[in-house]
Design a protein around this ligand. Structure first.
Ligand code: ZN
Length: 130
């Protein structure tokens, strides 16, 4: 049986570069349509997808012991304290990593990390059995 989905997938893989060139050219030739579709999808200009102001990415939201808590102020600087990357410079947002949990002060003993460094740190702690 002819599987159209599979065929399309293979076709795209085989002609990846051609398709990229075509898409780029199309975007150049149709700036209005690109603008329209950007508007439709909102992209980064929409507050919902803006990494700083997004309510789904609320910087005042903190993950504490698996629970989400909301802080009065944004504790983040937007810069990873491990690799030094900032939001918009290759990272989308930062995470507050808990070195130690303090129920009376959820922000105590925390460091700000990008998602990459946070993942590394979490893996390291898991390996060490903490
Ligand atoms: Zn980092």
């Amino acid at each position: 049986m002819f599987d159209k989905k599979e065929y399309n997938k293979k076709y795209r893989q085989l002609h990846k570069d051609e398709i990229n060139v075509y898409t780029k050219q199309w975007r150049k030739d149709n700036p209005d349509k690109v603008k329209q579709s950007n508007k439709k999808w909102g992209l980064i200009t929409h507050p919902k997808w803006n990494p700083i102001t997004s309510p789904i990415n609320n910087p005042r939201r903190l993950n504490y012991k698996g629970k989400q808590i909301y802080l009065k102020e944004n504790p983040r600087t937007g810069i990873c304290s491990s690799c030094g990357k900032g939001v918009g410079e290759g990272i989308k947002k930062t995470s507050i990593h808990h070195i130690q949990y303090h129920d009376d002060n959820p922000l105590k003993d925390t460091i700000e990390l990008c998602s990459g460094c946070h993942r590394k740190e979490t893996c390291r702690l898991r390996r060490e059995g903490k």
